[in-house]
Design a protein around this ligand. Structure first.
Ligand SMILES: NC(=O)C1=CN([C@@H]2O[C@H](COP(=O)(O)OP(=O)(O)OC[C@H]3O[C@@H](n4cnc5c(N)ncnc54)[C@H](OP(=O)(O)O)[C@@H]3O)[C@@H](O)[C@H]2O)C=CC1
Ligand SMILES: O=C(O)C1=N[C@H](C(=O)O)C[C@H](O)C1
Length: 264
């Protein structure tokens, strides 16, 4: 049995994660952590079954009071980083879906996980289709090196560009040398028109009500373009990946960044 705590249980992702954990035979939801403690129970959360699970206002108290093997964090960038440090300091294996981690964060947290011989995962996108979209884009970028990434999300998202877009660009960086794209003398008449720039690749972030999570990678070549697109229509798309990460993290002694490293 794996004892799991979910941080952010009222959120879009947290709600689904709580359901997934309670419906999985070998998982036990030992507690949830929510900064708005008091005045609500899990059954007040829309679509949530009535659950008798302790709600802690902060992670420190939670780790002190209950047995925890794995922390699933689905909160917000500043909190996710803090929670990940706390988990490692308390011998708990973190599975972090929260986005907004920099390369420096990943490096520092990997060193910490290894020094404590604890498994940890930071997963910018848990959807298998999104992982395939990133891997296919990496394969294609070896042959078509002009790349534009367009990510689209709901307008409640805090971070831009998305963790998925950053991870996609990082995977492409492994096979593509830095390259200036577009006209060498191009200018932006309106600042930001060409989006973010990673080694010459451009990332464009769209935020709109009605959207969930979508990304298209467009690769250009002589007389042709290739578009590789993934759409998450709802948050259940992420849950098989969260489940796999919770199982896998129990057998790791380092930090793994990205689901692509643990799927067959
Ligand atoms: N890796 C992946 O596959 C995916 C990752 N994400 C990422 O997951 C994160 C959450 O996304 P989403 O569920 O849409 O966001 P939501 O805003 O719907 O949920 C976040 C929840 O965290 C709560 N929260 C804020 N601070 C704390 C805290 N200190 N302790 C506990 N809970 C807290 C918020 O409460 P309140 O609103 O009251 O402040 C809210 O209920 C984001 O970083 C997003 O980018 C999202 C989808 C897929
Ligand atoms: O905030 C979201 O919703 C999502 N965030 C992740 C990201 O930043 O890539 C994963 C997915 O795109 C949904």
């Amino acid at each position: 049995m794996i004892n799991i705590v979910v941080a952010g249980p009222r959120g879009n992702m947290g709600k689904e994660a709580v359901k997934m954990v309670t419906e999985t035979e070998d998982f036990q939801l030992t507690a949830v952590v929510d900064h708005k403690n008091g005045g609500w129970t899990m059954k007040d959360v829309e679509g949530m079954p009535s659950l008798d699970v302790p709600i802690f206002e902060n992670l420190e108290t939670c780790f002190h009071d209950v047995d925890v093997d794995v922390l699933v964090d689905l909160t917000r960038p500043d909190i996710g980083k803090k929670h990940m440090e706390l988990a490692l300091d308390n011998g708990v294996r973190p599975v972090i879906g929260t986005t907004g981690f920099t390369d420096e964060d990943v490096k520092r947290l990997r060193e910490k996980a290894e020094s404590k011989r604890l498994g940890a995962m930071i997963v910018p996108n848990f959807a298998i289709g999104a992982v395939l979209m990133m891997k296919f884009s990496q394969m294609a970028a070896k042959y078509m090196q002009d790349v534009e990434i367009i990510e689209q999300h709901h307008d409640r998202k805090l971070d831009a560009p998305s963790g998925t877009a950053i991870k996609t660009a990082q995977l492409i960086q492994e096979v593509r040398d830095p390259k200036v794209q577009g006209h060498p003398e191009e200018t932006e008449e309106l600042s930001g028109s060409r989006g973010a720039n990673i080694d010459g690749m451009h990332i464009h972030s769209v935020r709109l009500p009605g959207r969930v999570a979508h990304q298209e990678v467009i690769l250009g070549g002589e007389g042709q373009t290739l578009s590789i697109r993934h759409d998450s229509m709802n948050r259940t798309s992420f849950m098989p990946g969260v489940k796999l990460a919770c199982e896998t993290v129990m057998n790791l002694e380092t930090l793994v960044y990205g689901l692509e490293h643990i799927i067959e």
